[in-house]
Design a protein around this ligand. Structure first.
Ligand SMILES: *Cc1c(COP(=O)(O)O)cnc(C)c1O
Length: 384
């Protein structure tokens, strides 16, 4: 029996007045970050990695803004992501699928002109066949495993492919690529070791352009940049490495709505498990964001929100739909029902939140939930 398209199962986020959280995405800052990276890696080209819905920020808004800013190379993880993004991009934009070529997906991939990153001999063989079936040359990226042991051809398979005449005849290689395991630690010797191994393997495919660097790699020396750099997280404002001040502009601002404020006597417990106990009379504000919105439970009794520049520590555990803050540092009556507190913004960076949560900025971004009211501002218009 034919399976029917499933209807939408999502409850709508509602309008600004209904939302418990407000997520503002600055597309001008996004474009500025792409421009900064593009200048840094020139003459290499600067792609954009927009997998996982552009790291949770909305690929259908983010990718066209980057295209308007001059970007033409877009990487996603899944073919389905590429197919849904394609109608929103200029016709000369190129879409690449990092996770490779799933069995059965050759035809839709080839017909749409989407470029798979081939990760094994078996995928290469199937892509060759798809090209022959289509009766025209077909393009691919070849991923070489330079030491991360995650995806890509091991050296023996790369050598076998390099001498495969029919592959060389049927498939046009746009790039050979690899991925760095430690690019966020510029001082790590693993970076140079991976670059050397990549160069040796890439030499099997002479005159094919090369791509090695992600965000962190863009801030490594120029011999890591090759022909195409593939930044993701730095575009979205996160620090590309652990080596000092973050050169990127913040893209994300997140605010949560206050839904109740109360005063509690000394000795009163707060939240599930009563893990916070007021050591003096305290004022507690409850905000309408919780772990279901991606505000991780690990932030319980660790993270904070800000109001008028004042740090308001999270008191007790993070609940599914709400968080309790100790707002005693604010004058009485300063914070009330309907006010907005800052979760990510000028007082608290994305990277700070990630550090408090014991994770990385990538996980904070990709966890941002569907219930926020999303505001896109500063749509890019100029190109660089
Ligand atoms: C996700 C990914 C990137 C982008 O990495 P960032 O660290 O976000 O810049 C680049 N290349 C590959 C293969 C990836 O999987």
């Amino acid at each position: 029996m034919e399976q029917r398209e499933s209807p939408s199962t999502k409850i709508e986020a509602g309008n600004a007045a209904m939302a418990g959280g407000r997520l503002t995405i600055d597309l001008a800052a996004l474009a500025a970050n792409h421009a900064l990276l593009a200048r840094r890696v020139a003459p290499a080209a600067c792609a954009a990695v927009v997998k996982a819905d552009a790291y949770g920020l909305g690929a259908l808004r983010v990718a066209p803004a980057l295209a308007a800013a001059g970007c033409r190379d877009f990487f996603v993880a899944h073919l389905a992501e590429a197919l849904s993004l394609q109608p929103h991009l200029p016709s000369d934009a190129r879409l690449y699928v990092l996770n490779g070529l799933q069995p059965g997906s050759e035809r839709p991939c080839a017909e749409a002109g989407i470029v798979p990153v081939l990760n094994s001999l078996e995928q290469a063989r199937r892509w060759c066949e798809a090209g022959r079936a289509l009766g025209r040359p077909i393009t691919a990226i070849l991923q070489l495993d330079s030491g991360m042991s995650r995806l890509g051809f091991p050296p023996s398979e790369a050598e076998a492919l390099a001498t495969d005449e029919s592959f060389r005849a049927d498939v046009k290689l746009a790039y050979v690529m690899s991925h760095l395991a430690c690019a966020d630690h510029p001082g790590d010797n693993a970076n140079a070791a991976q670059r050397a191994r990549f160069e040796a393997l890439a030499a099997l495919f002479p005159s094919v352009p090369r791509s090695l660097a992600n965000s962190g790699g863009a801030f490594l020396p120029a011999d890591f940049h090759c022909d195409l750099v593939r930044p993701g997280v730095a575009l979205y404002g996160a620090a590309p490495n652990d080596a000092g001040p973050n050169p990127m502009r913040p893209v994300v601002q997140l605010e949560a709505r206050v839904i109740q404020v109360r005063t509690i006597p000394a000795g009163t417990g707060v939240g599930y498990g009563l893990t916070f106990k007021a050591d003096r009379e305290a004022r507690i504000a409850t905000i309408a964001v919780g772990y279901a919105d991606g505000w991780l439970r690990s932030l319980g009794n660790r993270g904070a929100a800000y109001f008028n520049g004042v740090r308001l520590p999270i008191a007790g555990r993070v609940s599914m739909d709400s968080i309790t803050l100790d707002v005693t540092a604010l004058p009485e009556g300063a914070l009330g029902l309907g006010d907005w507190v800052e979760l990510i913004g000028p007082n608290q960076t994305l990277d700070q939140v990630a550090a408090d949560a014991g994770t990385i900025s990538y996980e904070i971004l990709t966890s941002l939930g569907p219930r926020y009211h999303r505001i896109y501002r500063g749509a890019a218009t100029s190109s660089h």
